[in-house]
Design a protein around this ligand. Structure first.
Ligand code: PLP
Length: 303
């Protein structure tokens, strides 16, 4: 771990960090941002983010200091806000905050900016928001050697986004205690990560990632109407796939499809493409060359 150096951005943990706090007018409108210290308290204990996990977030990767897939992340942020009846985030304000934080972090090889919008302090009716940036952890082993995953029953049918929209399936909410719990269950079973399966037997998503399969000349991912997030990384990797001659498709997939697939990856903004090397203790082949090419493609994204 490197020690903090220099005045701004302040350093902590594995490298530089930076913070922009979104400013809101009394009517709840976002008016801009101010840079703040990431090492000092900024949140009131009565903020609904802290007391109820009532808010939304996005994590945008920085490649060479550039924010990647920023517009799709901002679009999804708006979609999550609408699902939670939060005020629509002003894309211009949030974009400027992300770019300011990226700028403060500097041209690091790999970093991220996490943007958070909460319902604010209980009773105040003014949202809270911030953009926090840091250097990314090291993911080389996951990208090259791959992940051992377990299939975990999510306990919901595949159609709950349609039947029970109040469950907020498919919104990127701050309530990730269940997602973290799934990681701990995976670790208890000797694995690195998990893949959720609907109670009626369809593959969904990882706790923080999207599934991609290759099967012959096809590149597949679970349909986005299954109460899962529409992944920005998966979207970009479908472009990679088409450039390589794959036919890409969103489908209803089952554990049997995972077993027979040529390749399987859990993909996400910061870790990028991590091949699956074992499912429930059963080893499966890893296409190292294709994984490397996917990660090179993701690293080279400029928008
Ligand atoms: N699914 C869930 C539940 C996630 O939390 C994430 C990212 O954190 C993803 C999928 C992958 O989304 P993206 O590729 O846009 O990072």
């Amino acid at each position: 771990m490197s020690a903090p150096t220099g005045a701004a951005p302040t350093g902590a943990g594995n490298g530089a960090t930076a913070l922009a706090v979104i400013e809101f007018a009394a009517d709840g409108r976002a008016t801009g941002h101010r840079m703040a210290s990431p090492d000092e308290p900024q949140l009131l204990v009565s903020d609904l983010a802290a007391t109820r996990g009532d808010g939304i977030f996005e994590t945008i990767s920085l490649g060479g200091g550039r924010a990647q897939a920023l517009e799709p992340h901002l679009t999804r942020f708006g979609h999550s806000a609408a699902m939670l009846d939060l005020p629509a985030p002003d894309a211009e304000v949030w974009r400027a905050a992300v770019l300011a934080v990226a700028d403060a972090i500097g041209p690091v090889d790999e970093g991220f900016v996490k943007i958070v919008l909460t319902r604010g302090v209980e009773g105040a009716d003014i949202p809270t928001g911030w953009a926090f940036g840091a250097v990314s952890p090291e993911f080389t082993a996951a990208r090259t050697e791959g992940l051992r995953i377990v299939l975990l029953d999510r306990g919901y049918r595949h159609d709950i986004a349609q039947t029970s929209p109040w469950l907020l399936a498919g919104a990127k909410t701050l309530s990730y205690a269940v997602n973290r719990s799934a990681f701990r269950e995976a670790a208890r079973r000797g694995a690195d990560d998990a893949l959720f399966v609907s109670s009626d037997g369809y593959l969904l998503e990882g706790p923080v990632s999207t599934l991609i399969l290759t099967s012959g000349s096809r590149m597949l991912t679970p349909r986005t109407d299954l109460g899962i997030l529409a992944g920005t990384t998966q979207y970009d990797l479908f472009e990679f796939g088409r450039e390589r001659g794959y036919e890409t498709a969103y489908e209803l997939l089952t554990p049997a499809d995972l077993t027979t697939a040529d390749g399987a990856w859990l993909v996400s903004s910061v870790r990028h493409a991590a091949p699956v090397r074992a499912v429930d203790g059963v080893e499966r082949p890893v296409d190292r060359a294709l994984s490397d090419a996917m990660n090179d493609f993701l690293r080279a994204r400029t928008e």
